[in-house]
Design a protein around this ligand. Structure first.
Ligand code: ZN
Ligand code: ZN
Length: 139
């Protein structure tokens, strides 16, 4: 991925491009499914951990990524498209967790229905996960 595109992607979310942020973004872009925190931790050196966590928090706060808590052992992060505002229920979509390879897929086009919750429950975020086998594991 060309660095200029990555820099633009950060700047569009009002994130100052630093070398660490660019490296994390590049890693997320290269992976086609959601990336687990464990995978990220293993990709970067131990001394980078604190910066890595801070970077992910910034990305999440600025809406560049969303966090998925699936049935796996590790939190996952997936990139948000430019128009995403991570709002409920418009940007809330279905996720699929493969129990075999433990990959998590984002199905952006599969929006969740707008449930009417019991009174006084105020939804902010949704994390919808269906688990099963992905195409390569089902084969
Ligand atoms: Zn799988
Ligand atoms: Zn997602």
């Amino acid at each position: 991925m060309e660095e200029k595109i990555l820099i633009n992607q950060l700047q569009n979310r009002k994130i100052q491009p630093t070398s660490m942020r660019l490296m994390v973004l590049n890693f997320l872009v290269k992976n086609e499914a959601a990336v687990s925190l464990t995978l990220l931790e293993n990709h970067f050196t131990r001394s980078d951990r604190t910066t890595l966590y801070r970077t992910l928090r910034t990305f999440e706060e600025k809406g560049l990524v969303h966090r998925i808590d699936d049935a796996g052992d590790s939190t996952k992060y997936a990139l948000c498209p430019a128009e995403c505002t991570c709002s409920y229920p418009d940007d809330t979509h279905l996720h699929f967790f493969c129990t075999d390879c433990e990959k998590t897929f984002c199905f952006r086009d599969l929006n969740i229905p707008n449930f009417s919750l019991p009174e006084q429950f105020i939804p902010k975020k949704g994390n919808f996960v269906i688990s099963g086998f992905c195409p390569s594991c089902a084969a």
